[in-house]
Design a protein around this ligand. Structure first.
Ligand code: VGL
Ligand code: ZN
Length: 183
């Protein structure tokens, strides 16, 4: 429906099993995410895909004292999308500056302006990782005033306990949980 956007968070090779920063089982949600994309596309919703798009010397990498192995370096194979996206999908690159981390797709990307300009009032979030970039993106969506849904069977976390905690926090913040089959 017009007024709706699906936000697909960081479905990139490095976050899949075998990648540089694997989210266990994340390849299992690929078909579900693709089904969501088809559904939303066919009902005229906007499809947004965020991507982690780091410079080679990003501050979040271990060699700079950060918490993560080097991942999703811009232009590399590891940063490529693993889901089929519609031609008119809006691609949002985040955490593109060496000295700044950004987990949220809204952070430093202009995404909220883009969505408002297109008349979006309701967003559905899916992708990885639930307790990092999905969490931050959904929380910012609420803060920006969008009616926010999280597609429970189309997200995956790194750590199950942290994922569960994030889902509870999101619900307290007003995010509603749905399944791909019920949207
Ligand atoms: C992410 C850790 C580091 C994510 C990105 O997409 O959730 N997690 N960079
Ligand atoms: Zn990252």
């Amino acid at each position: 429906m017009p007024g709706e956007a699906l936000i697909v968070v960081d479905m990139q090779r490095d976050f899949m099993p075998g990648g540089a920063l694997p989210v266990p089982g994340a390849d299992g949600i690929i078909p579900v995410v693709e089904e969501c994309i088809r559904k939303f596309k066919s009902r005229g919703a906007l499809v947004v895909a965020t991507r982690d798009w780091h410079p080679p010397d990003h501050m979040s990498f271990r060699e700079r004292g950060g918490p993560w192995p080097r991942h999703c370096v811009r232009g590399t194979e590891g940063a490529e999308f693993v889901v089929e996206l519609p031609e008119d999908a809006i691609v949002v690159s985040k955490a593109t500056e060496p000295d700044r981390e950004a987990y949220s797709g809204f952070e430093g990307t202009g995404l909220s302006g883009i969505l408002r300009e297109k008349g979006v009032v309701r967003v559905y979030v899916c992708g990885v990782a639930t307790e990092y970039c999905v969490r931050a993106t959904a929380l910012d969506a609420v803060k920006e005033g969008f009616e926010t849904y999280l597609i429970r069977d189309a997200v995956k976390g790194i750590n199950p306990a942290d994922e569960e905690k994030a889902l509870e926090e999101l619900q307290s913040a007003g995010v509603k949980l749905v399944d791909c089959s019920s949207v």
